[in-house]
Design a protein. Sequence first.
Length: 279
Amino acid sequence: MSVIYQDITYQVEDPVAVITMNRPDQLNAFTNRMLAEIRHALAAAERDEAVVGIILTGAGRGFCAGMDMGSLDDLSGGTTEAEDLSALKADPGDPELGENFQVTFSYLLSIRKPLLGAINGACAGLGFVFALLCDMRFIERQAKFSTAFSQRGLIAEHGASWILPRLIGSGRALDILWSSRKFNGEEASELGLAERLCDTGTALDQAREFIRDLAANASPTSLQLIKAQVYRHLNMPLGKAMKESNAWMETSLKQDDFREGVRSFIEKRPPQFRRISGN
Protein backbone atom coordinates (compact mmCIF):
# COMPACT_ATOMS: atom_id res chain seq x y z
CA MET A 1 0.00 0.00 0.00
CA SER A 2 1.39 3.39 -1.00
CA VAL A 3 1.30 5.99 1.75
CA ILE A 4 1.72 9.74 1.34
CA TYR A 5 3.29 11.17 4.48
CA GLN A 6 2.14 14.57 5.73
CA ASP A 7 4.29 15.29 8.80
CA ILE A 8 7.53 13.55 7.78
CA THR A 9 9.58 12.93 4.67
CA TYR A 10 11.11 9.55 3.90
CA GLN A 11 14.02 9.14 1.50
CA VAL A 12 16.12 6.09 0.67
CA GLU A 13 19.49 6.47 -1.02
CA ASP A 14 21.30 3.13 -0.81
CA PRO A 15 22.46 2.28 1.85
CA VAL A 16 20.76 5.01 3.94
CA ALA A 17 17.13 5.75 4.82
CA VAL A 18 16.46 9.24 6.18
CA ILE A 19 13.28 10.00 8.13
CA THR A 20 12.85 13.75 8.56
CA MET A 21 10.30 15.16 10.97
CA ASN A 22 8.83 17.90 8.81
CA ARG A 23 6.95 20.55 10.77
CA PRO A 24 9.75 23.15 10.87
CA ASP A 25 7.49 26.07 11.83
CA GLN A 26 6.59 24.16 15.01
CA LEU A 27 10.17 22.91 15.60
CA ASN A 28 8.88 19.51 14.44
CA ALA A 29 6.67 19.02 17.48
CA PHE A 30 4.99 15.62 17.40
CA THR A 31 1.41 15.13 16.34
CA ASN A 32 -0.28 11.75 16.66
CA ARG A 33 -0.04 11.53 12.90
CA MET A 34 3.71 12.20 12.91
CA LEU A 35 4.28 9.46 15.50
CA ALA A 36 2.32 7.01 13.35
CA GLU A 37 4.19 8.08 10.22
CA ILE A 38 7.58 7.61 11.88
CA ARG A 39 6.63 4.09 12.97
CA HIS A 40 5.37 3.27 9.47
CA ALA A 41 8.56 4.62 7.83
CA LEU A 42 10.76 2.64 10.22
CA ALA A 43 8.89 -0.53 9.29
CA ALA A 44 9.38 0.30 5.60
CA ALA A 45 13.12 0.80 6.15
CA GLU A 46 13.39 -2.53 7.94
CA ARG A 47 11.77 -4.31 4.99
CA ASP A 48 13.95 -2.57 2.38
CA GLU A 49 17.03 -4.60 1.44
CA ALA A 50 18.70 -1.43 0.14
CA VAL A 51 18.71 0.05 3.65
CA VAL A 52 21.64 -0.78 5.92
CA GLY A 53 20.99 2.01 8.43
CA ILE A 54 18.34 4.60 9.27
CA ILE A 55 18.67 8.25 10.30
CA LEU A 56 16.04 10.23 12.21
CA THR A 57 16.40 14.00 11.97
CA GLY A 58 14.38 17.22 11.89
CA ALA A 59 13.69 19.83 9.22
CA GLY A 60 14.78 23.42 9.71
CA ARG A 61 16.37 24.58 12.96
CA GLY A 62 14.92 21.95 15.27
CA PHE A 63 15.13 18.21 15.87
CA CYS A 64 11.86 17.89 17.80
CA ALA A 65 10.37 20.14 20.48
CA GLY A 66 8.25 17.34 22.01
CA MET A 67 4.50 16.84 21.73
CA ASP A 68 2.52 19.56 20.02
CA MET A 69 0.71 21.50 22.74
CA GLY A 70 -2.58 21.04 20.90
CA SER A 71 -2.12 17.28 21.06
CA LEU A 72 -1.24 17.52 24.74
CA ASP A 73 -4.41 19.53 25.36
CA ASP A 74 -6.39 16.80 23.61
CA LEU A 75 -4.79 14.19 25.87
CA SER A 76 -5.57 16.15 29.04
CA GLY A 77 -9.18 16.50 27.95
CA GLY A 78 -9.55 12.85 27.05
CA THR A 79 -10.01 13.48 23.32
CA THR A 80 -8.04 12.19 20.35
CA GLU A 81 -7.24 13.45 16.89
CA ALA A 82 -9.91 12.77 14.30
CA GLU A 83 -7.39 11.89 11.57
CA ASP A 84 -7.72 8.51 9.89
CA LEU A 85 -4.42 6.77 10.59
CA SER A 86 -5.51 3.27 9.58
CA ALA A 87 -3.14 3.21 6.58
CA LEU A 88 -0.17 3.83 8.88
CA LYS A 89 -0.44 0.73 11.02
CA ALA A 90 2.98 -0.88 11.31
CA ASP A 91 4.82 -3.23 13.62
CA PRO A 92 8.57 -2.69 13.19
CA GLY A 93 11.18 -4.17 15.46
CA ASP A 94 12.54 -7.50 16.54
CA PRO A 95 9.93 -9.59 18.41
CA GLU A 96 12.68 -11.85 19.74
CA LEU A 97 13.78 -9.04 22.06
CA GLY A 98 10.58 -9.67 24.01
CA GLU A 99 7.83 -7.58 25.54
CA ASN A 100 10.26 -5.13 27.21
CA PHE A 101 10.88 -3.65 23.78
CA GLN A 102 7.26 -3.35 22.67
CA VAL A 103 5.97 -0.89 25.30
CA THR A 104 5.06 2.50 23.78
CA PHE A 105 8.26 3.94 22.27
CA SER A 106 10.69 1.27 23.46
CA TYR A 107 10.06 -0.34 20.05
CA LEU A 108 12.71 2.10 18.73
CA LEU A 109 15.37 -0.01 20.45
CA SER A 110 14.08 -3.12 18.70
CA ILE A 111 14.48 -1.78 15.16
CA ARG A 112 16.77 -4.42 13.63
CA LYS A 113 18.93 -2.00 11.65
CA PRO A 114 21.14 0.77 13.08
CA LEU A 115 19.05 3.83 13.98
CA LEU A 116 21.00 7.08 14.26
CA GLY A 117 19.70 10.40 15.53
CA ALA A 118 21.02 13.48 13.71
CA ILE A 119 20.26 16.14 16.31
CA ASN A 120 20.34 19.49 14.53
CA GLY A 121 18.56 21.85 16.94
CA ALA A 122 15.90 22.04 19.64
CA CYS A 123 15.38 18.66 21.30
CA ALA A 124 12.93 18.63 24.18
CA GLY A 125 10.32 16.51 25.95
CA LEU A 126 9.31 13.48 23.93
CA GLY A 127 11.76 14.59 21.25
CA PHE A 128 14.51 14.16 23.85
CA VAL A 129 13.20 10.66 24.60
CA PHE A 130 13.32 9.76 20.89
CA ALA A 131 16.93 10.98 20.73
CA LEU A 132 17.81 8.79 23.73
CA LEU A 133 16.18 5.76 22.12
CA CYS A 134 18.27 6.03 18.96
CA ASP A 135 21.27 3.71 18.90
CA MET A 136 23.71 6.59 18.43
CA ARG A 137 23.42 10.35 18.50
CA PHE A 138 25.20 12.71 16.09
CA ILE A 139 24.70 16.06 17.83
CA GLU A 140 25.48 19.52 16.50
CA ARG A 141 27.17 21.95 18.86
CA GLN A 142 24.33 24.48 18.83
CA ALA A 143 21.58 21.91 19.56
CA LYS A 144 19.52 22.76 22.64
CA PHE A 145 18.19 20.10 25.01
CA SER A 146 15.52 20.22 27.71
CA THR A 147 13.26 17.67 29.39
CA ALA A 148 10.54 19.92 30.90
CA PHE A 149 8.72 16.96 32.50
CA SER A 150 8.94 18.23 36.07
CA GLN A 151 7.78 21.68 34.98
CA ARG A 152 4.63 20.18 33.46
CA GLY A 153 3.75 18.09 36.50
CA LEU A 154 4.90 14.92 34.74
CA ILE A 155 7.32 12.08 35.43
CA ALA A 156 10.26 11.07 33.24
CA GLU A 157 8.28 9.52 30.44
CA HIS A 158 8.51 6.65 27.99
CA GLY A 159 11.74 5.02 29.09
CA ALA A 160 13.81 8.12 29.88
CA SER A 161 14.26 6.96 33.49
CA TRP A 162 15.59 3.62 32.20
CA ILE A 163 17.96 4.68 29.45
CA LEU A 164 19.27 8.08 30.56
CA PRO A 165 21.06 6.79 33.72
CA ARG A 166 22.55 3.99 31.62
CA LEU A 167 24.00 6.57 29.25
CA ILE A 168 25.26 9.22 31.69
CA GLY A 169 24.83 7.92 35.27
CA SER A 170 22.11 8.44 37.86
CA GLY A 171 23.30 11.76 39.32
CA ARG A 172 23.62 13.48 35.97
CA ALA A 173 20.29 12.01 34.89
CA LEU A 174 18.55 13.38 37.98
CA ASP A 175 20.15 16.80 37.45
CA ILE A 176 18.69 16.98 33.94
CA LEU A 177 15.30 15.49 34.82
CA TRP A 178 14.74 17.42 38.06
CA SER A 179 15.91 20.83 36.90
CA SER A 180 14.65 20.68 33.30
CA ARG A 181 17.58 22.97 32.58
CA LYS A 182 18.66 23.66 29.04
CA PHE A 183 22.05 22.51 27.76
CA ASN A 184 23.72 22.57 24.37
CA GLY A 185 25.38 19.99 22.14
CA GLU A 186 28.83 20.57 23.59
CA GLU A 187 27.61 19.79 27.11
CA ALA A 188 25.67 16.82 25.72
CA SER A 189 28.99 15.50 24.46
CA GLU A 190 30.66 16.10 27.83
CA LEU A 191 27.80 14.27 29.57
CA GLY A 192 28.15 11.27 27.26
CA LEU A 193 24.96 11.75 25.23
CA ALA A 194 26.75 12.44 21.94
CA GLU A 195 28.60 9.63 20.21
CA ARG A 196 29.64 12.26 17.65
CA LEU A 197 29.83 16.01 18.26
CA CYS A 198 29.26 17.78 14.94
CA ASP A 199 29.65 21.29 13.66
CA THR A 200 26.48 23.15 12.71
CA GLY A 201 24.83 21.72 9.63
CA THR A 202 26.94 18.54 9.47
CA ALA A 203 25.16 15.97 11.68
CA LEU A 204 23.09 14.44 8.89
CA ASP A 205 26.06 14.16 6.53
CA GLN A 206 28.23 12.61 9.23
CA ALA A 207 25.52 10.11 10.10
CA ARG A 208 25.15 9.23 6.42
CA GLU A 209 28.89 8.70 6.10
CA PHE A 210 28.89 6.44 9.17
CA ILE A 211 26.23 4.20 7.62
CA ARG A 212 28.00 4.16 4.25
CA ASP A 213 31.15 2.98 6.01
CA LEU A 214 29.18 0.23 7.78
CA ALA A 215 27.66 -0.85 4.46
CA ALA A 216 31.09 -1.06 2.85
CA ASN A 217 32.82 -2.97 5.62
CA ALA A 218 30.41 -4.68 8.04
CA SER A 219 28.00 -7.59 7.77
CA PRO A 220 24.39 -6.36 8.01
CA THR A 221 23.53 -9.61 9.79
CA SER A 222 26.30 -8.97 12.33
CA LEU A 223 25.02 -5.42 12.86
CA GLN A 224 21.55 -6.77 13.59
CA LEU A 225 22.71 -9.49 15.98
CA ILE A 226 25.19 -7.25 17.83
CA LYS A 227 22.42 -4.70 18.37
CA ALA A 228 20.13 -7.43 19.73
CA GLN A 229 22.94 -8.64 22.01
CA VAL A 230 23.55 -5.21 23.49
CA TYR A 231 19.91 -4.48 24.34
CA ARG A 232 18.99 -8.03 25.40
CA HIS A 233 22.00 -8.27 27.69
CA LEU A 234 21.19 -5.01 29.48
CA ASN A 235 18.43 -7.02 31.14
CA MET A 236 20.39 -10.24 31.79
CA PRO A 237 22.85 -11.45 34.41
CA LEU A 238 26.41 -11.79 33.10
CA GLY A 239 26.42 -15.60 33.08
CA LYS A 240 23.23 -15.88 31.06
CA ALA A 241 24.45 -13.23 28.62
CA MET A 242 27.77 -15.06 28.17
CA LYS A 243 26.03 -18.37 27.49
CA GLU A 244 23.80 -16.77 24.88
CA SER A 245 26.78 -15.04 23.25
CA ASN A 246 28.67 -18.33 23.09
CA ALA A 247 25.71 -20.02 21.40
CA TRP A 248 25.29 -17.17 18.90
CA MET A 249 29.04 -17.21 18.16
CA GLU A 250 28.92 -20.92 17.40
CA THR A 251 26.13 -20.24 14.91
CA SER A 252 27.99 -17.28 13.37
CA LEU A 253 31.06 -19.41 12.67
CA LYS A 254 28.92 -21.60 10.38
CA GLN A 255 27.46 -18.77 8.33
CA ASP A 256 28.40 -17.50 4.86
CA ASP A 257 29.20 -14.03 6.24
CA PHE A 258 32.00 -15.45 8.40
CA ARG A 259 33.53 -17.22 5.41
CA GLU A 260 33.23 -14.05 3.31
CA GLY A 261 34.75 -11.93 6.08
CA VAL A 262 37.78 -14.22 6.33
CA ARG A 263 38.21 -14.52 2.54
CA SER A 264 38.00 -10.77 1.97
CA PHE A 265 40.63 -10.18 4.65
CA ILE A 266 43.00 -12.77 3.18
CA GLU A 267 42.41 -11.54 -0.38
CA LYS A 268 42.75 -7.88 0.67
CA ARG A 269 39.46 -6.81 -0.92
CA PRO A 270 36.21 -5.23 0.31
CA PRO A 271 33.76 -7.81 1.69
CA GLN A 272 30.58 -8.63 -0.21
CA PHE A 273 28.08 -9.31 2.55
CA ARG A 274 24.44 -10.21 1.94
CA ARG A 275 21.92 -7.44 2.65
CA ILE A 276 18.96 -8.23 4.87
CA SER A 277 15.32 -7.23 4.95
CA GLY A 278 12.59 -7.55 7.55
CA ASN A 279 9.46 -9.66 7.39
